[in-house]
Write a protein that binds this ligand. Structure first.
Ligand SMILES: *[C@@H]1O[C@H](CO)[C@@H](O)[C@H](O)[C@H]1NC(C)=O
Ligand SMILES: *[C@@H]1O[C@H](CO)[C@@H](O)[C@H](O)[C@H]1NC(C)=O
Ligand SMILES: *[C@@H]1O[C@H](CO)[C@@H](O)[C@H](O)[C@H]1NC(C)=O
Ligand SMILES: *[C@@H]1O[C@H](CO)[C@@H](O)[C@H](O)[C@H]1NC(C)=O
Ligand SMILES: *[C@@H]1O[C@H](CO)[C@@H](O)[C@H](O)[C@H]1NC(C)=O
Ligand SMILES: *[C@@H]1O[C@H](CO)[C@@H](O)[C@H](O)[C@H]1NC(C)=O
Ligand SMILES: *[C@@H]1O[C@H](CO)[C@@H](O)[C@H](O)[C@H]1NC(C)=O
Ligand SMILES: *[C@@H]1O[C@H](CO)[C@@H](O)[C@H](O)[C@H]1NC(C)=O
Ligand SMILES: *[C@@H]1O[C@H](CO)[C@@H](O)[C@H](O)[C@H]1NC(C)=O
Ligand SMILES: [Zn+2]
Length: 318
């Protein structure tokens, strides 16, 4: 499980170890080094025509009847949330158990295994840092849940498929109370254990993915085809951006920009970890039909486990 997590980290967020593209380091929002130059200084895909994030102009969004409810498997299981990591001084990432978690339905072309989630933020709740924007509005933070098409053997293959990855994006909005909700209080309590680049701690059995997403109607979302929002920006992502934000109290949001560092504690804090919006070009953003009322349902892990055990016992007969 651990090996799996680190393999994924290596390929998903550490541009320096990617086999393709240049190994040049990159940054988000410094005067001397920022996302505006990725397309010519970093790697080959960042100059593409189907890049992410984008600004969602709600009046241009088209309805698509194929955007049905999602199936979330293992999101109600607290054993699927593995470790939290200061990922290369660029993000905070949580490793998820892709042998127990998956996403399907939602108009996705198949089943996608859930591998990790990570966050993008600005500088506290009043200096926003979401990647996608809606009618120009930028939210304080954005959560990304990264899923890989189950038929692909590894990320290298997935990055060569325009729908190889499915990323679920959730906006995070600030509330005025404190320590809310409990799941986010619990998650953020581990930030002080990962101040330095590469620090990792185990967070199994503390909370579920469902508890982090509480309050969001997961039948309401936008859909478009785009890219990774970090170099090498491969155009391999089916994007889902949920309309309703997750509500998290401002004190917890502030912890991200005041607790974790880009390298070690004598270096700058990790702030403004978002790419600016990219041109939509000819792409059209879609959403489910407004008449669609099918409720989503969360599959309990026990169903899947039972199925897996059944399959295992069948196989052992052969
Ligand atoms: C981004 O970086 C470029 C090149 O280093 C620089 O010219 C530009 O002023 C920077 N932009 C901002 C907003 O800092
Ligand atoms: C992006 O850059 C690569 C490598 O420099 C080049 O081959 C390609 O034509 C560029 N693509 C676009 C859309 O500019
Ligand atoms: C949800 O998952 C169940 C069990 O894997 C499957 O039977 C059902 O068809 C799935 N629904 C969708 C919409 O994919
Ligand atoms: C972030 O906000 C703090 C407190 O307002 C400020 O001191 C710091 O300079 C800001 N950092 C950046 C990178 O804007
Ligand atoms: C990914 O899988 C493909 C097909 O099985 C294989 O050729 C390739 O070597 C694998 N790449 C990595 C990095 O494991
Ligand atoms: C939070 O408090 C500030 C200042 O007291 C106020 O301007 C803002 O509207 C409040 N936000 C919410 C969501 O209640
Ligand atoms: C996180 O949740 C676990 C399990 O309920 C609990 O033991 C721990 O005290 C919680 N931590 C915080 C900071 O809430
Ligand atoms: C984790 O899930 C198990 C099984 O559902 C449950 O017994 C346990 O109380 C949960 N732990 C926490 C901290 O919620
Ligand atoms: C990060 O910190 C380590 C240990 O202090 C140091 O060796 C390294 O040069 C630092 N890297 C950067 C980019 O500052
Ligand atoms: Zn992301």
């Amino acid at each position: 499980m651990k090996a799996q997590f680190f393999t994924l980290l290596a390929v998903c967020l550490l541009p320096t170890v990617m086999s393709e593209g240049s190994s040049a380091d990159w940054c988000y929002h410094l005067h001397t080094c920022n996302y505006t130059t990725w397309s010519h200084t970093v790697v080959e895909h960042c100059n593409g025509t189907q890049q992410s994030p984008v600004n969602i102009v709600t009046t241009d969004v088209k309805e698509d009847a194929s955007l049905t409810a999602f199936n979330f498997t293992g999101f109600d299981d607290n054993s699927t949330v593995l470790q939290i990591q200061n990922a290369d001084g660029k993000s905070v990432k949580v490793g998820l158990d892709d042998s127990k978690m998956s996403v399907s339905g939602g108009g996705l072309p198949g089943v996608y295994k859930t591998q990790q989630m990570h966050l993008h933020w600005g500088n506290g709740s009043s200096a926003p840092g979401s990647e996608h924007t809606v009618n120009g509005k930028q939210y304080p933070m954005e959560l990304h849940i990264v899923n890989m098409k189950s038929t692909h053997p590894n990320i290298s293959v997935a990055l060569g498929d325009s729908t190889g990855l499915a990323v679920l994006g959730f906006f995070i909005e600030a509330t005025n109370d404190t320590g809310y909700p409990e799941s986010w209080k619990n998650l953020t309590s581990y930030l002080s254990s990962i101040p330095n680049k590469g620090d990792t701690v185990d967070i199994m059995y503390q909370f579920t993915m469902d508890s982090l997403l509480q309050g969001v109607d997961r039948t309401k979302y936008y859909r478009y085809l785009g890219s990774l929002t970090t170099p090498s920006c491969n155009e391999a992502v089916v994007w889902t951006v949920f309309k309703e934000p997750i509500k998290v109290s401002q004190d917890l949001i502030n912890l991200f920009s005041t607790t974790v560092y880009i390298n070690t504690t004598n270096h700058p804090l990790m702030t403004n970890t978002y790419r600016g919006v990219q041109p939509l070009n000819t792409r059209v953003i879609t959403t489910q039909r407004s008449s669609a009322t099918t409720p989503y349902h969360t599959l309990s892990i026990s169903t899947t486990t039972t199925a897996a055990l059944l399959l295992y016992s069948l196989l052992s007969w052969l």
